[in-house]
Design a binder for this molecule. Structure first.
Ligand SMILES: C[S@@+](CC[C@H](N)C(=O)[O-])C[C@H]1O[C@@H](n2cnc3c(N)ncnc32)[C@H](O)[C@@H]1O
Length: 287
């Protein structure tokens, strides 16, 4: 039989096993524990581990914190081991391990995503994380960062017998930021007058910049933070020669932010409800 025909027939009978993008190296248990603690994993969470190895991260999330979740792993033997261990630890009703390619996983359901992959794999996953996971979801990565998407939290954990590099692991945590780019508008009664506030917000990942006007006059902004869907910032504006400071905090939901504002100035201070509407969409920079 000609060689080409042999190869063709064999390839139909036994499809080539997909090569792993990252070798199997388990996360040490003390690092697993710190990853889950940093992400504040709890019973409301659905955790997905991409490239789940022997399942230790998902199993610990279920056992210690009552989370539900799944792991996806290319290696069938590791999937089997993980499902057996889940049964042994009596958490098989909360979690499952599937054989598959991590790039095919629908991550939109995850409230916590865990990774122990390579930097280039993290970067390939980044656009999907930012566009598909819900604001406020947490991403925790062992040892590898996300390029210019800065972590919200970073911690180092001692690993005396680490198989590569220095005897420590880095843990990075990100909150998936809400998209707040664009022009926002709201009104507030200050000093006996209802005033119009307009803010133009530029966004790169969770970092915010921009400018704000109150009744057409420039206000000075500082300290804007965005953690998931929670936003805070301060605006200062002079009314009749007196500085009035506004400390805003709120929750973003699509084109609305609702929250509270603390207003302080020469006439004392007051706290009001606050609701802003996005009147023009911008573009969050994620590249
Ligand atoms: C460094 S290990 C991490 C294992 C586990 N997450 C942990 O932290 O202990 C990476 C795992 O990803 C798996 N893997 C590599 N490429 C994959 C792919 N394309 N799809 C699914 N799993 C993959 C490997 O088989 C390996 O078990």
């Amino acid at each position: 039989m000609p060689l080409a025909l042999c190869v063709l027939l064999l390839s139909r009978v036994a499809p080539a096993q997909q090569a792993a993008d990252v070798p199997y190296v388990p996360t040490p248990q003390n690092v697993v524990d710190t990853m889950l603690e940093m992400a504040l994993v709890n019973t409301d969470d659905y955790l997905i581990d991409l490239g789940s190895g022997d399942g230790r991260i998902v199993i610990a999330a279920a056992k210690r914190f009552g989370a539900r979740g799944m792991g996806v792993e290319l290696d069938m033997d590791l999937v089997f081991t993980a499902n057996e261990e889940a049964k042994r630890q009596r958490v098989a009703g909360q979690i499952t391990f599937l054989q598959g390619n991590l790039f095919d996983v629908d991550i939109s359901k995850a409230t916590v995503l865990t990774l122990y992959l390579f930097p280039r794999i993290n970067l390939r996953l980044r656009p999907g994380i930012l566009s598909r996971m819900r604001p406020g979801a947490r991403v925790v990565s062992h040892d590898f960062d996300m390029g210019d998407w800065k972590p919200d939290l970073r911690r180092e954990v001692a690993v005396p017998n680490k198989s590569y590099g220095p005897p420590a692991s880095q843990i990075y945590l990100w909150y998936v930021p809400a998209d707040v780019a664009g022009k926002w508008q709201w009104r507030l009664p200050v000093g006996g007058t209802t005033r119009l506030y307009v803010a133009r917000v530029n966004q790169m990942f969770q970092e915010l910049s921009g400018e704000a006007l109150v009744d057409g006059g420039t206000a000075t902004g500082h300290g804007a933070t965005l953690r998931g869907d929670l936003i805070t910032f301060t605006l200062t504006r002079e009314f009749f020669g007196r500085k009035v400071r506004h400390e805003f905090s709120g929750r973003v939901e699509g084109n609305k932010v609702t929250g509270r504002v603390r207003i302080s100035g020469a006439n004392g201070e007051t706290t009001l409800d606050w609701e802003a509407t996005r009147v023009e969409r911008g573009k969050m920079r994620i590249e």
